[in-house]
Design a protein around this ligand. Structure first.
Ligand code: CNA
Length: 279
């Protein structure tokens, strides 16, 4: 019942005269329906699946020092996650629809699957906070390594090595202990300034499909000024949403179901279907 009430409230906000802009903060849960496992869902998450790789601890697959000594588990995972094998989810297409309607401010994503781009969201709107497979570099000398070569090697189950110094090659995905791309900080500084100077109804943040456990990304929703509406879409309450703010709207359900319900409530069903069919 409260779900329905909150959905109506969110739809009314999105359709209000103030034409609010939306800032998304996304995690692996928005891509699970595309067939990419998240990290932490019990039984289906990547960490569960990685048990067969004999990792000392699950996060080791994204740990730089572990990678240097034992690179194979990461390359196995990279093959599984490599872009081009998956289609975007309804939530990704909802982001695209808001872009087309001029209601998108930014999409911060922790995902490395590039499905926001595949859904047709323009690069200027996207902040890939944990990097992506867009480029590869040698971890020793920094030399660039071609995507075609990288893909061919990992799909042949071979280790990609730098052509100059024979160092290990890694896509520009942020490992534990590495810094986030500069763009993450500059865009957030810009957007936070907008949020702080805007009226309450000018921006809505939607956090979806993330356990909010990886910092600094996990702190983004808590930095949103208290006067603004924050939305959470996730299977369970996470992070700063556990301490309910009065104007939080929390949808404890799957991301695609939420996107479809909201689109229906907004009266955008047929254009949403057309957009998905066209892509
Ligand atoms: P996580 O820690 O695995 O959390 C996922 C969250 O999403 C959990 O709270 C789940 O309950 C929830 N969830 C799962 N499926 C759904 C669904 N269909 N609808 C609603 N909620 C759902 O993942 P985070 O993104 O929080 O962790 C950050 C890591 C995950 C980043 O460093 C990513 O690089 C990394 N990752 C990315 C991908 C990808 O690119 N698709 C896949 C797996 C992990």
């Amino acid at each position: 019942m409260s779900h329905q009430k909150d959905l109506k409230k969110l739809a009314a906000l999105l359709k209000s005269k103030s034409q609010p802009k939306v800032i998304f903060m996304l995690g692996a849960g928005v891509s699970t329906s595309s067939g990419i496992p998240d990290f932490r869902s019990p039984d289906t998450g990547l960490y569960h699946n990685l048990q067969s790789l004999n990792l000392p601890y699950a996060e080791a697959v994204f740990d730089l020092s572990f990678f240097k000594s034992t690179p194979k588990p990461f390359y196995t995972l990279a093959q599984e996650l490599y872009p081009g094998q998956y289609v975007p989810s309804k939530l990704h297409y909802f982001v695209r629809l808001l872009q087309d309607k001029g209601l998108l401010q930014r999409v911060y994503t922790q995902n490395i699957d590039t499905l926001e781009r595949v859904a047709g969201v323009e690069n200027d709107f996207i902040v890939e906070a944990h990097g992506s497979f867009a480029e590869n570099h040698c971890i020793k000398c920094g030399d660039k390594y071609s995507n075609d070569e990288f893909k061919a090697k990992i799909f042949a189950k071979e280790i990609p090595k730098c052509l100059k110094c024979k160092g290990l090659v890694k896509p520009d995905i942020v490992f534990f202990g590495e810094g986030l791309p500069e763009r993450f900080f500059t865009c957030w500084e810009e957007d936070l300034e907008l949020l702080e100077s805007a009226k309450d109804d000018e921006y809505i943040t939607i956090t979806a499909g993330t356990s909010l456990t990886v910092y600094p990304f996990a702190s983004l929703p808590s930095e949103v000024p208290k006067s603004h509406n924050r939305v959470l879409v996730n299977k369970e309450k996470v992070g700063s949403f556990k301490q309910n703010r009065t104007n939080d709207l929390v949808f404890l359900k799957d991301c695609d179901g939420f996107a479809q319900d909201l689109v229906d409530e907004l009266g955008w069903t047929s254009e949403f279907e057309e957009l998905i069919a066209k892509e």
